[in-house]
Every structure is written in C-alpha cells, then in structure tokens.
Ligand binder design. Structure first.
Ligand code: C2E
Ligand code: MG
Ligand code: MG
Ligand code: MG
Length: 285
C-alpha cells in the first residue's frame, strides 16, 4: 500500500515536472517573439500620500498581452526570462519606456513624483547597469529624481558588496531607491543601515492580514517604526480595504498602493487619472 502510494506520488511528480518544463519552453519561445516585436505594455499604479490623499508617484508594472492566453502575469514569465537572459532586453525596454512616459507627463504638467521601475537582480548586477540608467535618463530627458528603482533583497543575497556599491553610484546620479517586498526575504536586518535607500515597501502579505492577525499588525508596526528611525519612507503594498488604510494611517505609514485607491492602468488612463487628481488638488482636497 505504502509502496504503491509512493509510486503514485513519484508518477505525479514526474508528470508535473515534465509539464512544468514544457510550459517553460513554450513560454521561452513565445517570449522570444514578444521581444522581437516588443509587444509588451506598461501599466501604472499610483501611490497615494497617507495624509493628503494625493498621488506621490506611480509604479510601472509590466504586462504581456498574449494573443491566445490573455494577459500573462509577470510572476509567471519574469522568472523564465531571468533564467534565459531574456530579462535584459525586456528590462531595458521597461526602463526606457517608463522614463519616456514620465517625461511626457512632465511636459504636460501632470508628473506627480517619480515613476518606480522594478529591477530584476539579473539586470541590476550586470556590468553596465549604471550606464543603462544614465542612458535612459539622457535619452528621455527625465530628471533623475523623477525615476525610482525598486530592488529586492535578492540582489544582496547574490552579491551584497557589489549591490551596495551600485546603490551608492545610483544615489550619486540622483535616482530614488526603494526596497521592494520588504520583510519577505531571508537576509539579515543589519544590512539595512548600509543601504543608501530612500524607501521600503511593506509586502502585500503583511498588509493582507493586518486586521485579522495581530502578528501581521505587529510586524507592520515594527517595520514602520524601524524604517522611520533609519530615516526611510514607508509605502504599504496591496491596500484593499478602508480598515487596512486606517490602521496604516494611525501607524504613520507614509504612503499606500493598492486596489482600494487604484488598480494598475494603461498609460493613457494614468494621464486622465492624474488630470482628475490635479483638479481635486486645486479644489483643496
Ligand atoms: P511588485 O513589484 O511587488 O508589484 C506589486 C504587485 O501587487 C503588482 O502585481 C500589483 O498589480 C499588485 N497589487 C497592487 N495592489 C494590489 C492590491 O490591492 N491587491 C492585490 N491582490 N494585488 C495588488 P503584478 O503587476 O502582477 O506584478 C507582480 C510582480 O511582478 C511585481 O511585484 C514585480 O515583482 C514583478 N514585476 C512587475 N513588473 C516588472 C518589471 O517591469 N520588471 C521586473 N523585473 N519585475 C516586474
Ligand atoms: Mg515593485
Ligand atoms: Mg512589492
Ligand atoms: Mg510583491
């Protein structure tokens, strides 16, 4: 009985693995076509200042509209693109496009803070990353302070010394730096004091259970307090309910990002959203 059970498990496992491998190969081939035509899109999700309710920036989120399969989640295809190196041309395109878009907003009087771009550790740790950022700023004409880069602790786990050096170089250029998905990595807290970053983003997994689980509430309060003592701003990800927002506001979280305020939207919609925001701000809200 146990033996048979074991074999079934094994069978299930190998079938599952084969499926996973062939799915990744399909994705890889289709990604190649998508890269050739650069058929990706950037959607933008505003970040809202807790106190004023005004937009203080927006995060660029990559979208891959697939002819047969609809939108494929970046959580699905980015790991594949990282393994194959395809992430480099994609990430380059994201950086260039986000800079161009924010420059466009600036020219129309609609820029509200920085556009944040998620940077894969694979791209970040490449030899010419700093040059890549400089070129994106130069060719778009976007002031450095209107670009923010989001990195995760994974860059520190791969090569902490180089990551810290790169962050200092980026700081010299003047771009904003945020640590994404904070609290979910496995690196030690002691590195935080050595990072020239501006901001931490509390991971959605803590925000989700904020109201129902006192442990998540405690962790969130701890992150906010520690970050503030280190002179860092705190943004909460994935805010979906007014109760979560109220908790974060009471606990001095600086900004929110989440479906409660706005879902990620195409660039054309962001322009309209920012226009309405500007009108609200004028009316004194
Ligand atoms: P992330 O950087 O932590 O981005 C936040 C994710 O949370 C986004 O998912 C966003 O749509 C989602 N989100 C925001 N508010 C809410 C909410 O209230 N509820 C829920 N349930 N979700 C919310 P998305 O767009 O699917 O992106 C997933 C991840 O893929 C990102 O996590 C980031 O790690 C990665 N990613 C996205 N775009 C890029 C990119 O251009 N380059 C790289 N390297 N990674 C990217
Ligand atoms: Mg992010
Ligand atoms: Mg995040
Ligand atoms: Mg996340």
């Amino acid at each position: 009985q146990a033996k048979q059970h074991g074999r079934n498990n094994y069978q299930w496992y190998t079938e599952h693995l084969n499926q996973e491998v062939s799915e990744r190969m399909t994705l890889r081939n289709e990604l190649q076509k998508a890269i050739a035509g650069m058929s990706f899109e950037l959607h933008y999700q505003p970040q809202i200042d807790t106190r004023s309710g005004l937009v203080i920036g927006s995060e660029a989120l990559l979208r891959w509209p697939h002819a047969e399969r609809g939108m494929i989640s970046p959580l699905r295809f980015i790991p594949v693109a990282e393994d194959t190196g395809q992430i480099i041309p994609i990430s380059q395109w994201v950086l260039d496009t986000a800079c161009r878009h924010n420059r466009q907003l600036l020219d129309r009087g609609l820029a509200r803070g920085a556009i944040s771009v998620n940077i894969s550790a694979v791209h970040f740790l490449r030899s010419n990353f700093i040059e890549t950022v400089r070129r994106a700023l130069d060719s778009s004409g976007l002031p450095a302070n209107l670009l923010e880069l989001e990195i995760t602790e994974s860059v520190l786990l791969k090569n902490a010394e180089r990551a810290i050096y790169l962050l200092h170089e980026l700081k010299k250029i003047g771009v904003g730096l945020a640590l994404d998905d904070f609290g979910t990595g496995y690196s030690s807290l002691s590195y935080l004091k050595d990072l020239p970053i501006d901001k931490v983003k509390i991971d959605r997994s803590f925000v989700q259970e904020l109201i129902s689980d006192p442990r998540d509430a405690a962790i969130t309060q701890g992150i906010i307090s520690m970050a503030h003592h280190l002179d860092l701003k705190v943004v909460a990800e994935g805010v979906e309910t007014p109760e979560q927002a109220a908790f974060l506001e009471r606990n001095q979280c600086d900004a929110f990002q989440g479906f409660l305020y706005a879902r990620p939207m195409p660039f054309a919609e962001l322009e309209g959203y920012l226009q309405r925001q500007a009108a609200l701000a004028m009316a004194g809200h």
